[in-house]
Design a binder for this molecule. Structure first.
Ligand SMILES: NC(=O)C1=CN([C@@H]2O[C@H](COP(=O)(O)OP(=O)(O)OC[C@H]3O[C@@H](n4cnc5c(N)ncnc54)[C@H](OP(=O)(O)O)[C@@H]3O)[C@@H](O)[C@H]2O)C=CC1
Ligand SMILES: CC(=O)N[C@@H](CCC(=O)OP(=O)(O)O)C(=O)O
Length: 315
């Protein structure tokens, strides 16, 4: 079968850069457009040498995108910008949206294959890609769904690439130097996203730090039935058995265990003396399993292609 034709909107961004690499590394996908208003006219290979087909960046409107004959479009736009593209693109074209815009929409498939399965993704045409902290938190919660009491607390620390390229205090290296910045102390969208999909009440406190990429989520859970740390770890090993992108370890994962890695690491598994209070730590790269790698898993499943294997990012 010939390679499937894919377009990328938001190609200048942090996740766009990783997506260019990941698409360029596959023989069964052909990138047919890469949209950026700021970089329009420049060769894509100048920014992403993995793209070798001579493509230039273009500034494409929703109608321009809709007029291209492609099998799939990946939207890597800031929150709130996807709707005109979604409205214009044909129903039979796959859309994978990286923003938060459709993560609460019943008509879209929420694509986190290791937790919610692959069946609903095969042949799906509208896929909402999960958020980065929300992926880390849900990986820590999912194996214990139905076995928890009370609220789940997720303490998250992200690298500043999580804040995108639009200048703000959260991606200003000067404001972040020798600093840790808490923000959105209640009601962050990922708090609602975790609660909706994991089916637990979640309290989430995000922080951003001076490193560029990577996330650690330290998750506090209360077990209905007392368990040992070994038993908890065995349960997570079983839940993620056979999942190439999820590694379960006994040690406590750190940011550098997840940064640049295509998958996530889940570990720590500390149980309090009462046997009920549990802390689980997950680490991943916000741009990879938190965004672009997950989008590639979702895209390939939707197109009926092998999910493929992923190597650490050289970027
Ligand atoms: N960064 C991260 O860690 C993660 C990000 N996400 C989500 O992925 C999406 C992309 O994030 P990220 O790559 O960080 O974002 P960036 O800010 O780095 O990039 C945004 C991209 O969108 C383009 N763009 C911005 N506004 C518009 C618009 N109104 N119309 C068309 N194009 C526009 C920009 O290029 P140009 O201006 O040149 O057109 C740029 O290519 C966001 O929704 C984000 O929430 C999800 C998980 C993790
Ligand atoms: C450090 C930082 O600012 N991180 C972003 C999360 C990144 C993200 O991509 O979230 P969405 O896809 O849900 O927008 C934030 O807290 O909003």
């Amino acid at each position: 079968m010939s390679a499937r034709r894919v377009g990328l909107v938001g190609a200048r961004g942090h996740t766009g850069r990783e997506l260019l690499r990941l698409i360029g590394e596959r023989d069964d996908l052909d990138l047919v457009f890469a949209s950026s208003r700021e970089w329009a006219g420049r060769p894509v290979a100048e920014m992403a040498p993995e793209i070798t087909n001579g493509l230039d960046f273009e500034a494409l409107s929703p109608d321009d995108v809709a007029a291209r004959k492609v099998d799939a479009v990946i939207l890597a736009l800031p929150n709130g910008a996807a709707a005109p593209f979604v409205a214009a693109i044909a129903d039979d074209c796959v859309i994978v949206d990286l923003s938060a815009d459709y993560r609460f929409d019943e008509a879209w498939t929420y694509g986190l294959p290791e937790i919610y399965g692959r069946d609903s993704l095969i042949g799906a045409r509208r896929i909402a890609n999960p958020g980065c902290y929300a992926t880390a938190g849900q990986l820590a919660i999912a194996p214990l769904r139905g076995q928890l009491d009370g609220d789940v607390h997720v303490f998250g620390v992200s690298g500043y690439s999580g804040a995108g390229t639009t200048p703000s205090r959260k991606n200003d290296p000067e404001a972040l130097a020798d600093n840790l910045m808490p923000y959105a102390l209640s009601g962050h969208l990922h708090e609602q996203e975790m609660a909706r999909h994991a089916g637990e009440t979640v309290r989430f406190t995000p922080h951003v730090a001076a490193f560029f990429r990577g996330i650690v989520a330290t998750t506090h859970l209360t077990l209905k039935t007392a368990m040992s740390a070994d038993a908890v770890r065995a349960l997570y090993e079983q839940a993620y058995a056979g999942e190439a992108l999820i590694r379960v370890i006994a040690d406590i994962p750190e940011v550098r265990d997840g940064a640049r890695q295509p998958g996530a690491v889940v570990g720590g598994f500390a149980v309090g003396a009462d046997g009920h209070r549990l802390v689980v730590v997950s680490a991943l790269d916000n741009l990879l399993k938190g965004a672009a790698v997950q989008a590639m898993q979702n895209l390939t499943l939707a197109l009926g292609l092998p999910e493929g294997s992923y190597r650490p990012s050289p970027l």
